[in-house]
Unconditional design. Structure first.
Length: 479
């Protein structure tokens, strides 16, 4: 059977205009968004005014609409939004980029109203795409048409509750003429002045002030004005300056010493967090803000030529986290021939660490499976099979070349399941048992653990009445 032809410009052109017109009419009858795209393409042939009229009609409808969007209508509604966006950024932008930019601004201004009408997940994606398309159109604005841009951006960034343009504001500012950025900053200053003084616990006005300050900070970043950013960060009532945000900008501006002074200021205690991955290996919660400041301090020290202090900080972070990426960074900054000694010290630290699950993860990720096996064997009485997220993958990784370590870990997993009577996990225990049976063929009399035969007998003695488990074992073995 011949393969189906690919849909390309060339293959479609071979159909001829008449056949394509028939197909387009059929699809337009079934697909309302497609029909709008076709009508826009036809209008574009008559000039930009015709396309702009189509866009204006659709935007006027969005601006006036109040009816809720039911779940059943959500898909077709979002498809209709996509069609409108495509017309603005396609046919209209090609015919009249100034009109397209204005239309896109109006489109984004409908985000709050539209998303308030319900079932807005898919619709929000359309508005996000619109915000991503805005910088390119702003960059094409003529001088006359850029005059109202500051007011439009103010409405979209400062007054919109959802702030759809905020993720792309840096690109929008970079594409905007300097006079537009200046006018937007002036609007924000006036809004802050109008807000007036407020109490620390006036949360509504405080949130408004924070939004205005953050927008002015985006402008400071666009101007590469670090001092303006710092002034804004330190002047907001009831807000503690973010030393990391300030230091990062100072380092980028070549002012590493100033950054270091900020990073070494006393910081308020923050809530400590732990990722799921770190929780699984028993690492304690950490202060993410303090970790970020530590990494920035390393950058600042490197920039100042204080390499010994930077190395000491990297090593400290590795000791605390047993993070392989941090160790690689530490080794990369060592003088020639010192990396071997440092690596040996890192492995020794991991083997001696009380954080045995984190150490096991590190040695497997590096990888040093020989040392991972040494760790497993040396700590064989300490492994808790309830940490199956760590032990099961480790056992599978070690099984091909390090059977002793795999046996120890599989036994720990089985013991935890059966000792706890975790019936839903019996199928996992039976699978681990099957792995042990296959590993028994590679058993070495010199292993410092009970033989496979002794372990099986002990398991039968302690858990012989757990018929659900043993039936699964029998089924898996085919006996």
């Amino acid at each position: 059977m011949a393969p189906a032809p690919a849909l390309t410009r060339e293959t479609l052109a071979q159909l001829g205009a008449e056949r394509l017109a028939e197909l387009a009419l059929d699809e337009a009858a079934r697909n309302r968004p497609f029909k709008k795209l076709v009508l826009a393409a036809l209008a574009a042939a008559r000039g930009p005014g015709a396309v702009a009229s189509i866009v204006d009609k659709r935007l006027a409808g969005l601006e006036k609409a109040r009816a809720s969007i039911s779940r059943g209508r959500a898909k077709s509604f979002s498809e209709d939004l996509w069609a409108t966006l495509k017309i603005i950024t396609g046919d209209l932008a090609t015919a009249d980029s100034d009109a397209a930019a204005a239309g896109l601004m109006r489109f984004l201004a409908t985000a709050d109203r539209t998303l308030d009408r319900g079932e807005g997940g898919a619709a929000a994606q359309v508005y996000q795409a619109a915000a991503e398309a805005l910088p390119a159109l702003v960059g094409r604005l003529s001088a006359d048409e850029s005059a109202p841009l500051a007011d439009q951006l103010y409405a979209l960034a400062a007054d919109s509750r959802r702030g759809m343009v905020l993720p792309t504001l840096a690109k929008i500012l970079a594409a905007s003429p300097p006079e537009v950025v200046d006018a937007l900053d002036a609007r924000l200053v006036e809004a802050m002045r109008a807000l007036g003084p407020f109490e620390k616990d006036d949360w509504s006005r405080r949130a408004r002030a924070r939004r205005l300050v953050e927008l002015r900070q985006r402008i400071a970043d666009a101007r590469a004005d670090v001092d303006a950013f710092i002034a804004l960060e330190t002047d907001l009532p009831g807000h503690s300056p973010d030393a990391a945000e300030i230091a990062e900008r100072l380092i980028d501006a070549g002012r590493a010493q100033d950054a270091l002074e900020w990073l070494r200021r006393p910081a308020k205690a923050a809530i400590k967090l732990v990722t799921m991955a770190d929780l699984r290996v028993g690492l304690p919660p950490r202060d993410p803000a303090a970790d970020r400041r530590g990494r920035l301090e390393i950058r600042a020290l490197e920039a100042l030529g204080e390499r010994a202090q930077a190395r000491a900080l990297r090593w400290k972070l590795f000791e605390e986290t047993l993070d392989a990426a941090m160790l690689r960074e530490h080794l990369a900054h060592l003088p020639d021939f010192e990396d071997v000694e440092a690596l040996d010290a890192a492995f020794a630290h991991a083997l001696a660490s009380p954080l045995i699950y984190a150490a096991l993860r590190f040695l497997i990720q590096w990888p040093r499976l020989d040392l991972a096996e040494r760790l497993v064997v040396a700590r064989r009485a300490q492994w808790d099979g309830r940490r199956y997220e760590s032990l099961a993958p480790a056992a599978e990784t070690l099984e091909p070349g390090r059977p002793l370590a795999a046996v120890i870990l599989y036994r720990a997993l089985i013991n935890a399941i059966l000792d706890g009577g975790h019936t839903p996990a019996y199928r996992h225990a039976a699978r681990y048992y099957a792995e042990l049976e296959s590993l028994a063929e590679r058993e070495n009399p010199g292993w410092p653990i009970d033989s496979a035969q002794t372990y099986r007998a002990e398991l039968r003695f302690r858990h012989g009445r757990k018929f659900g488990f043993w039936s699964l074992v029998t089924s898996a073995s085919g006996k």
